[in-house]
Design a protein around this ligand. Structure first.
Ligand code: URA
Length: 239
């Protein structure tokens, strides 16, 4: 069972925020009855109509690995009409990204119409590792490196990288490249970590997601996952 607004958003029909508005306005029916409660739980067998449109159940599951370019938004639609990651994939299915990369972040992002896999990969306890390359202003001091090793408190919750290493230090240009692996999914987490250390992130790229890498994909290119990869992603399910 899933929350109604999430199911609507995952169908690709609209964003979660708009789905919530539609529910509150009495525009959503579940099994013939108007539902205005935001927390309502629904299952795959429920018959849902949103603003007169029936939510189609997607039968064929699709899985894409995209090398997200800068200047593309990680959602299904955008109020400001900016290009979305979904616009870059040639499919008629209602796919959506698993998690987010910021507008200016590049790199590996998965898209699918498989809600079950999305939930598995998004559950913090399933600890899916993501590796980022962050170009930061300045050079980390040994004190800052130790702080990062111990974990950084972000909004009252500690974030401890699984591992990190300094790939490059440019003393002349006063910047460095840090490879950092985290299991966290909180929005802007890498930027927040370095902000705490008083080093601004100049560029950010996600290089890996679980065992998946970008391979030869150029910016804006994508490929479908194969069945082996999908099964392996399902095996992250502990919770
Ligand atoms: N952390 C960030 O700060 N931004 C991203 O896009 C992903 C992780």
């Amino acid at each position: 069972m899933e929350r109604l607004q999430k199911v609507i958003a995952q169908s690709g029909l609209t964003s979660r925020r708009k789905a919530e508005e539609l529910i509150k306005k009495g525009k959503v029916e579940v099994n013939g009855k108007i539902v205005v409660e935001l927390g309502t739980k629904v299952s795959g067998n429920d018959y849902i109509i949103v603003d007169g449109v029936e939510l189609k159940k997607n039968d064929r599951k699709e899985y894409y690995l995209l090398n997200k370019p800068r200047g593309v938004i990680s959602s299904v639609s955008d109020d400001k009409n900016r290009k979305t990651v979904v616009d870059l994939i040639n499919t008629d299915s209602r796919i959506y990204p698993i998690g987010r990369l910021d507008y200016d972040t590049t790199g590996l992002i998965l898209l699918t119409n498989d809600g079950e896999l999305t939930n598995i990969l998004s559950h913090p306890k399933n600890e899916v590792e993501k590796t980022y390359i962050a170009k930061i202003e300045g050079i980390l001091s040994s004190e800052e490196i130790n702080k990062l090793k111990r974990g950084i408190s972000i909004e009252g919750r500690k974030c401890k990288p699984v591992r990190f290493k300094i790939r490059k230090k440019d003393k002349e240009k006063n910047n460095s490249m840090i490879e950092i692996t985290i299991v966290e999914g909180r929005n802007h987490i890498v930027k927040k970590i370095f902000k705490e250390l008083k080093h601004e992130v100049i560029k950010l790229k996600r290089e890996t997601y679980a065992f998946l890498t970008l391979g030869n994909l150029k910016s804006g290119e994508y490929r479908e996952l194969n069945i082996k990869e999908v099964k392996k992603l399902y095996s992250f399910k502990n919770y």
